[in-house]
Design a protein around this ligand. Structure first.
Ligand SMILES: Nc1ncnc2c1ncn2[C@@H]1O[C@H](COP(=O)(O)OP(=O)(O)OP(=O)(O)O)[C@@H](O)[C@H]1O
Ligand SMILES: [Mg+2]
Length: 263
């Protein structure tokens, strides 16, 4: 899941993760956003939440795994051992879903592969291609840290947009970057939609994009109320307009999954 700040990436990714889990899938939700609020949308208990340390802040472990001994400063192992990390640091949430908090990473200057980025990138690749769970990732807007090899492991990229020109502009940039990185299935999801005229405007704007408006989620006051109460939106009101709409997005994705992976 990617998109401009504040468009609803966490709402959509967290709710989808819950729906996959409720349906009996093994789910690993990944928070790769520096705001790190996926745990709230998933409904992770406060006691569990308060103990989470994001992987990007585990400096000692990152250095241990990436530094090449005796090679002097500036030499990093760009393919560190990471396969044990998800199971060691994930926490369990409602419906038995699992959450791994990576945290955000600093936007790398072109070509920069500092140790944190090397580890997170390798870890994401490991999660995309070596796990048998449904892996749902809440990304930050910038996807530059992914790199080609890693991004190719993404089966479906959902780009969330609000009905605003600014958000659509950034969505186009994300779509172009995702294509450049080798992601094949890219779909646009509009969120906080108030009426059909907004859908018409979005459809008109994206005509030349070759990426469909896959789904739209309505603006829903219940989401704000849940936020204020500190309750996960799907637990606060499982049948609110927006949650019902994410349920129908879920059904579409599940069908797509069946077609793509013959499960
Ligand atoms: N369909 C909706 N209707 C009403 N409010 C919504 C809806 N979707 C999201 N919001 C509200 O918009 C705000 C941003 O949502 P969310 O945190 O999911 O976005 P985000 O893209 O993950 O943001 P960030 O970039 O800060 O991580 C939240 O306050 C959320 O409650
Ligand atoms: Mg978010």
């Amino acid at each position: 899941m990617s998109g401009k700040g504040g468009v609803g990436k966490t709402l959509v990714s967290g709710t989808l993760a819950r729906l996959f889990a409720k349906d009996g899938f093994k789910v690993l939700a990944i928070d790769n956003d520096s705001a790190m609020n996926l745990s709230y949308t998933l409904g992770i208990e406060e006691e569990v939440k308060s103990k989470i340390v994001p992987i990007s802040e585990m400096k000692e472990m990152i250095m241990e795994r990436t530094v090449v001994k005796g090679a002097g400063s500036g030499a990093y192992n760009i393919n560190p051992e990471v396969s044990d990390i998800p199971d060691r640091f994930k926490v369990t949430g409602p419906d038995d879903l699992q959450l791994l908090v990576l945290g955000g990473i600093e936007e790398p200057a072109t070509g920069c592969l500092c140790p944190e980025n090397a580890l997170i990138r390798t870890l994401l690749y490991n999660l995309f291609v070596k796990r048998d769970e449904v892996v749902v990732v809440d990304f930050e807007a910038g996807l530059e840290h992914l790199g080609r090899g890693t991004a190719k492991g993404i089966d479906v990229m959902l780009v969330v947009t609000e009905p605003s020109q600014k958000s659509l502009d950034l969505s186009l940039k994300i779509i172009e970057l995702s294509k450049k990185l080798g992601v094949i299935n890219i779909y646009l999801v509009a969120n906080k939609v108030i009426d059909d005229s907004q859908i018409d405007i979005i459809n008109d704007r994206i005509k030349s994009w070759k990426v469909p408006l896959y789904h739209s989620v309505p603006y829903d006051l219940e989401i704000g109320k849940a936020d204020l109460e500190g309750i996960s939106p799907i637990d606060f009101n499982p049948n609110s307009k927006a949650i019902n709409s994410v349920k129908s997005l879920y059904s579409k994705l599940k069908k797509l999954k069946l077609e793509l992976f013959d499960l």
